[in-house]
Design a binder for this molecule. Structure first.
Ligand code: APR
Length: 255
């Protein structure tokens, strides 16, 4: 097992920072066994690209296909656990007074990691793209915890009869305003901004790192491969977030 060396000035900076933001993408969940958004799909779903399923047009065209894809993804998420990268971010949240986690992931693994470590109040998660564990009506927005999975068609809302759908942001849809506004505010006011496991190509999430950098924050990228953000980063650590983040927590906080 190789050991990363982190620049002493970075260790000093992280020890004294009081306002830190971490933006995460599908790469952080990859080591839990979940494919990244742009990984090829497998099994029945191999023939589809996520972009062709995660849109209002796809749902209008074939609601059952889209509903079944998300049902398959919900089961996939239930079968996995947070990985060391998720837990390392909770450990950072315990040590930095003002920590905000902004995620593009819809799997809820960040929250599960915090619950597992019994950390609640200091772990603020902004879900920019929603959460596939939540289901709501496509018409009246009523959320529901239960639905009839045995029907041949998509389950319907008990309040208005509309088709149920996952509470996620599809291509072409607006992000939840409260989450986005809080994310922009956090990015603009932080001292340190981590971009972790994201290809940094989807807006508006991808612009958050630049907003932080432009306000003078130190930008740290952890990713399996360089991205359009890499040239702007003060520090770039190439590799697996599930390996690098625990090493960083150990090097900085001795945890
Ligand atoms: N550790 C760190 N980085 C990793 C790892 C890992 N173990 N595995 C993969 N990566 C990197 C990949 O190199 C890639 O750059 O994670 C990134 C994942 O990028 P995408 O698959 O594009 O996922 P993401 O950036 O989260 O996509 C953003 O786009 O399609 C929408 O809503 C979707 O939330 C998604 C958003």
């Amino acid at each position: 097992m190789w050991t990363l060396t982190f620049p002493p000035e970075l260790i000093t900076l992280l020890l004294r920072t009081s306002n830190l933001v971490a933006l995460t993408g599908a790469g952080v969940s990859q080591e839990s066994g979940l494919r990244t958004f742009r990984d090829a799909q497998d099994g029945l779903w191999k023939q589809y690209k996520p972009e062709d399923l995660a849109s209002p047009q796809a749902f209008a065209r074939d609601p059952k296909l889209v509903w079944d894809w998300y049902a398959w993804r919900r089961e996939a998420v239930k079968a996995v656990r947070p990985n060391p990268g998720h837990y390392a971010l909770v450990e950072i949240a315990k040590r930095v007074p003002n920590f905000t986690l902004i995620t593009q992931n819809v799997d809820g693994l960040h929250q599960l990691a915090a619950q597992t470590l019994k950390v609640f109040e200091t772990f603020r998660v902004l879900e920019l793209h929603g959460n596939i564990q939540r289901v709501r009506c496509s018409e009246c927005y009523t959320f529901t915890e239960t639905w009839d999975d045995d029907t041949e068609s998509v389950p319907r809302c008990e309040v208005c009869g509309g088709l149920l759908r996952p509470d996620v942001v599809w291509f072409g849809e607006a992000l939840p305003r409260d989450q986005l506004e809080a994310a922009v505010e956090a990015a603009r006011s932080c001292e340190v901004f981590f971009s972790i496991g994201t290809s940094g190509v989807v807006q508006p999430a991808a612009s958050l790192a630049y907003a932080a950098r432009n306000r003078g924050a130190t930008l740290i990228e952890i990713n399996a491969e360089p991205t359009p953000l890499t040239l702007k980063a003060n520090y770039f650590f190439q590799g697996k977030s599930g390996e690098i983040l625990p090493e960083l927590v150990e090097a900085v906080w001795g945890a």
